[in-house]
Design a binder for this molecule. Structure first.
Ligand SMILES: Nc1nc2c(ncn2[C@@H]2O[C@H](COP(=O)(O)OP(=O)(O)OP(=O)(O)O)[C@@H](O)[C@H]2O)c(=O)[nH]1
Ligand SMILES: [Mg+2]
Length: 418
């Protein structure tokens, strides 16, 4: 065969092959997606946007998340891709809220505390690098400082509590207080015979937000030793508080031991009569009382977890309230906890829409768990908790009552967890 015709046949075959490839691409568009993905193009998913008020994740976390997204995309059907939340880049100039973590602790709490810190950092703060303030009635030792600062991704501060915030006010009869402690010891009331526990409760009620290391901050998240965060927190909770206008956030609520607060409600009633101007319209009285304020039903937010706005504790209403209660003497003549004191204040002096239930923050403090009720949330947030141990729908929890008062729709799986 002559050389020219061989070349012509090869050319024709090549054109035919190109035509065949083009036709194949046109009738099978998914292969184009594969090509474009290989070239580094990422589709934006839009069906599951971040909650409107939940701000985006800072840039340093974006790489890991988008890598994760790509692996899932290749293995999952398209509908699964649609359910992923696309992280939005905010860059290095991410503006944090004016907020800090705060922990009251002793040097010997260090090894219980490191576990809490790892949970908070791993599930949340490694993305945001908020500050952390540690407070103590004694000096923190070098070991405490070295270990905690090595784990925390934000600035860390250590403060000593002034004597006037951790001790007996001069109007307290210490002999009477000692007699009460002995009676409570005999009745086996939990921490009933402890002096330091009482100073702790009074400090958390009236003074933590006044410490010189805390006054520069507006929002705080209280963290205690030995807590667990069961789920990822995929948004900035402090900004969520700020944007939503919330002043108090909780995860668990329950009934208080009446032996520790027998006369607290009497004092609250006296305060209400003295200061009616502090009572908010549309407050949560119906969550605190089943008879319009005649008796206290003992419901309180569990204050070992709190995310709040300290401007509320610094407000005239709360200052008047704390001072009134402090003079009543119940921190020492009974064993008033900061949890009922904070909860009653938030419930009466705030409109109820200023309080937020963080149902999506999986949390444990011995012995109770908040495990997000719905499976979809638990999967999305990579939760490690057993939903059957979710305390919030169980009999001793005050959260079902909260849902009723707030007229909130219960998540679909609540019944099987009750
Ligand atoms: N510096 C200091 N911190 C204390 C003292 N007592 C308690 N705390 C801290 O105060 C917070 C509450 O104390 P806890 O002992 O956890 O009280 P609780 O949560 O009611 O009881 P637990 O079930 O034992 O956790 C924790 O952050 C403790 O580390 C104290 O005497 N000094
Ligand atoms: Mg505790």
């Amino acid at each position: 065969m002559p050389r020219a015709s061989t070349l012509r046949i090869v050319r024709l075959a090549a054109i035919a092959l190109i035509l065949l490839v083009i036709v194949y691409k046109l009738i099978n568009p998914s292969s184009l997606t594969t090509l474009s993905r290989a070239a580094g193009y990422h589709e934006k998913t839009s069906s599951k946007p971040s909650p409107a008020q939940k701000p985006p994740v800072p840039a340093d976390d974006k790489q890991a998340e988008s890598a994760n997204e790509e692996v899932k995309t290749d293995e999952s059907p398209a509908s699964d891709v649609q359910t992923k939340t696309a992280p939005v880049e905010v860059g290095k100039d991410y503006v944090r809220a004016n907020a800090t973590f705060v922990t009251l602790a002793r040097n010997q709490d260090i090894w219980s505390l490191v576990k809490s810190i790892r949970h908070v950092e791993d599930r949340f703060n490694r993305k945001y690098h908020y500050d952390w303030v540690f407070l103590n009635d004694d000096d923190f030792d070098d070991n405490f400082k070295e270990v905690t600062s090595s784990l925390i991704s934000g600035n860390v501060k250590y403060g000593k509590i002034p004597k006037e915030h951790w001790g007996y006010p001069d109007w307290i009869d210490q002999k009477k207080a000692a007699e009460v402690r002995e009676q409570m010891r005999q009745k086996q009331v939990i921490y009933g015979d402890s002096v330091s526990y009482r100073h702790m409760c009074r400090f958390e009620s009236g003074f933590f937000f006044k410490h010189e290391l805390m006054t520069q901050y507006k929002y705080y998240w209280r963290v205690e030793p030995d807590i667990i965060l069961h789920c990822d927190i995929d948004y900035d909770v402090f900004k969520y508080m700020e944007k939503g206008g919330y002043d108090y956030g909780f995860t668990l609520s329950l009934y208080e031991y009446i032996e520790t607060i027998p006369t607290l409600w009497n004092s609250v009633q006296k305060f209400i009569i003295e200061h009616p101007e502090h009572i908010a319209d549309d407050n949560l009285m119906n969550w605190l009382s089943d008879d319009n304020g005649i008796t206290y039903n003992k419901c309180h937010f569990w204050s070992n977890f709190e995310i709040g706005n300290m401007d509320f504790w610094r407000s005239q209403a709360y200052q008047d309230f704390f001072e009134f209660l402090d003079h009543e003497g119940g921190f020492f003549y009974e064993r008033w906890g900061d949890a009922p004191v904070h909860s009653i204040a938030a419930g009466l002096f705030l409109p109820k829409d200023k309080i937020h239930f963080f149902d999506d923050i999986g949390y444990w403090h011995v012995p109770f768990t908040n495990c997000p009720t719905n499976k979809e949330d638990r999967m999305r947030l990579k939760c490690s908790c057993n939903p059957m141990e979710n305390f919030i729908w169980k009999g001793y929890s005050c959260t079902p009552r909260y849902y009723n008062v707030m007229k909130m729709k219960r998540p679909s799986e609540w019944h099987e967890q009750s």
